[in-house]
Ligand binder design. Structure first.
Ligand code: SF4
Length: 416
């Protein structure tokens, strides 16, 4: 394997000779032999230098091959930004708007939601990703009035309503990603969402201290986010989470965040995928001058994530946030590209277009993998178990995939 690690000048690392300290070599040998990493073993990766990255990546890549074979997936989706209004302020966000910026479009109407979902279905998409700001009615009277006028007390009540519409009236499957949720809110969404999501982002305390990017974002406190992920586990909801890297957290913070996710998954078995997302600075934000996450750090994080989460985890890197060289993360152990849309932009990162599906296929295949479209819920959560999906959901989900649980027609539906 060859990994390009641009730390300053691009460095080409080849597989000759071990660059690992002996204890780390032993830890990697153990984990490669199927012995799960202990917390202290995971923390041993912190001092690894760039000269050790290719060996860590090789171990992670071998672990992915063992659990996932040569299949790499993506979810053909449409992105539905139900509202850009948000009660919180994160130092890197360009998604949020206040009512003055949003103008008359405080929320998408049910008709607008159905139009996007139906347009996506026409193009063969199966996921309707609902991403939205956190509880805007708690900050903005305009949001409260908009919702009350239509018979809803909260944004999450309205979200459950439009998820139901999409579930019942289109060929799409909703995947709600609305921020933190209480038990009753997850229960209200569950009948229409075969999976839901919430990025953990980080367990770092520094990020919500004075001057940190989460200082004015109470919903980003790790405790409340871990609580939402735990509630989803208790309710048997297949769940997507992940970490955001390059926003001021340390390597230790990343490992501790991944261990926290692994711990919840060990208890409930519901974490269907983990996203490793790199920070990209955006103009006109508090972090506009901060450097983007470095590729070497990103590779280290992805590889260590695979080693912590194990061979069966679904590990994702968004290709549009590393447009020039996203295929290198296949060498660090990922097996999924996440949602890619032939129709809608990434409203959270509007400056970063999705790769064309032809290109994604070509680059994935050139690296020795087979690209397959998946549903917003992974096959292991519906093919051989009835534990996770309520019956009506299970009926709709079962009608969409092939015998292996991937979208019928395969990649040929989207890319030649
Ligand atoms: S990242 Fe999410 S929670 Fe933070 S300000 Fe943006 S929309 Fe709100």
């Amino acid at each position: 394997m060859t990994v390009t690690v641009p730390s300053g000048e691009a460095t080409l690392l080849t597989g000759s000779g071990s660059k690992l300290a002996a204890p780390l070599r032993e830890i990697i040998a153990n984990v490669s032999a199927g012995i799960p990493l202990s917390e202290s073993d995971a923390l041993s990766f912190i001092p690894a230098g760039t000269d050790a990255i290719h060996e860590i990546c090789a171990a992670a890549s071998a672990m992915r091959d063992q659990g996932k074979g040569s299949t790499v997936t993506f979810s053909p989706k449409v992105f539905i930004p139900l509202t850009h209004l948000c009660r919180d302020f994160c130092g890197y966000c360009t998604f949020r708007k206040d009512p003055r910026q949003a103008g008359k479009d405080l929320f998408m109407t049910p008709e607008q939601v159905l139009d996007v979902a139906n347009a996506g279905a026409t193009l063969g998409c199966t996921e309707a990703l609902f991403t939205l700001g956190e509880r805007p009615e708690q900050r903005y009277p305009e949001a409260k009035e908009w919702l009350e006028h239509r018979g809803f007390k909260t944004t999450l009540e309205y979200l459950a309503y439009v998820c139901r519409l999409v579930f019942e009236e289109t060929d799409m499957l909703p995947h709600a990603n609305p921020g933190t949720m209480a038990r009753r809110e997850i229960e209200a969404l569950q009948p229409f969402n075969p999976s839901m999501g919430l990025m953990l982002e980080s367990t770092s305390k520094a990020l919500y201290a004075q001057g940190g990017p989460h200082e004015f974002a109470p919903s980003k406190r790790p405790r409340v986010r871990l609580r939402t992920i735990e509630l989803a586990g208790q309710l048997r909801v297949p769940f997507t989470t992940g970490i955001l890297i390059g926003i001021g957290e340390s390597r230790r913070d990343r490992i501790e965040s991944l261990l926290a996710i692994a711990k919840l998954h060990a208890r409930y078995g519901h974490v269907q995928e983990v996203i490793i997302q790199n920070f990209r600075a955006k103009p006109d934000t508090a972090m506009g001058d901060a450097p983007d996450a470095e590729t070497g750090e990103f590779l280290w994080t992805v590889a260590v994530a695979r080693l912590i989460l194990g061979p069966d985890a679904n590990l994702q890197v968004p290709p549009n946030l590393s447009a020039k060289d996203y295929q290198i993360y296949l060498d660090a152990g990922i097996n999924d590209w996440g949602g890619v849309s032939p129709l809608t932009i990434d409203f959270v990162n509007p400056e970063a277009p999705w790769p064309a599906l032809n290109e994604l296929k070509r680059k994935t295949e050139a690296a020795g993998f087979q690209l397959r479209p998946r549903l917003p819920v992974y096959p292991e959560y519906f093919l051989s178990t009835k534990e996770f999906l309520p019956e009506a959901l299970s009926r709709k989900v079962s009608a969409l995939p092939d015998a292996e649980g991937y979208v019928q027609g395969g990649i040929q539906r989207y890319a030649g």
